[in-house]
Design a protein around this ligand. Structure first.
Ligand code: MN
Length: 296
């Protein structure tokens, strides 16, 4: 584990914090072979939260809710980032990758021009909890070769602020600590914040980057507005704002996610996300005719 001591941290200073634009309650749904989940970032929010396309939250101690998993299915044109809070999932894909995703670990998969994968639980009881975020690829990267990385929990850089917030830096950088992943064009920031005390957390953010907060334990407050558990708050992009200040009580857990918008057309058909309808037809045809990575 990379645990940076407080004395080495570079302080983030926010003087003009963002406000909350909108609170979102996720939509209960099921996906895969019948896994129950909550879709927090839904298709109508894709433009507003560009470059993010989807956020699913799953969490249950009832095996009936997760046991069927996600059997073989394709993706093209974006990246999936799965963050496992609790539980064990086995990943296998058509590019030959295999990995066990578990407690506190992250799987980062670039579907690129096409991959077929399965995500199946490797437990028959107990809690399964986590998140899957879809990050769009810029048009020039949509047809790149598929790529995959498993990051075990101890591979995610962490630090604790002097105020007592434990920060896990999945992507981007915070307080001078570089995260496990970096992406050029969209510069995603993905932080998991654990409030070990009732306090505040400050993070500088470029005003043009789209950003949101998702509270998964306790409640939090941004600029005077309360965000209850299992709620997403979309943050305003006011010119002149320089970051976000999140206040929360002891025990609260919050995801902070931000990125630079691509401002490119989005064409989605299920697991394919491209720029035009023609590219979607091509994706469906390539999949049906077996042209995804090592397919068939
Ligand atoms: Mn998938």
């Amino acid at each position: 584990m990379t645990d940076t001591t407080a004395s080495n941290l570079i302080r983030e200073t926010v003087t003009n914090p963002r406000e909350v634009e909108q609170l979102i309650t996720g939509v209960p749904t099921s996906d895969g072979a019948g896994v129950k989940l909550t879709r927090v970032l839904t298709q109508p929010l894709q433009r507003r939260l560009d470059p993010f396309l989807m956020l699913d939250a799953f969490g249950s101690d009832d095996p009936d809710d997760y046991i069927a998993g996600f059997p073989n299915h394709p993706h093209r044109g974006f990246e999936t980032v799965t963050y496992m809070i609790a539980g064990r999932m086995r990943h296998r894909d058509s590019a030959g990758n295999e990995g066990l995703l578990q407690n506190g670990g992250v799987q980062w998969m670039t579907a690129g021009r096409g991959i077929i994968h399965s995500e199946l639980p490797e437990q028959e009881a107990g809690v399964m909890e986590g998140f899957q975020l879809w990050l769009n690829l810029p048009s020039h990267d949509k047809m790149r070769a598929p790529w995959y990385r498993d990051i075990q929990s101890d591979g995610i850089p962490e630090f604790t602020t002097p105020e007592g917030v434990r920060v896990r830096v999945i992507a981007g950088a915070s307080h001078g600590v570089e995260g496990a992943m970096k992406r050029e064009t969209t510069e995603p920031l993905y932080l998991d914040l654990h409030f070990n005390a009732a306090t505040r957390f400050e993070q500088a953010l470029p005003a043009s980057h789209n950003a949101f907060v998702y509270v998964y334990r306790g409640s939090a407050e941004v600029n005077g507005l309360q965000i209850d558990t299992q709620r997403m708050a979309i943050l305003k992009n006011d010119k002149g704002s320089d970051g976000v200040i999140i206040k929360a009580g002891e025990g609260a857990k919050v995801l902070l996610i931000a990125g630079r918008p691509l401002n490119e057309p989005i064409a989605q058909y299920g697991p394919f996300v491209m720029n035009t309808q023609g590219q979607i037809f091509e994706a469906v045809r390539d999949f049906q005719e077996g042209r995804f990575a090592s397919q068939g």
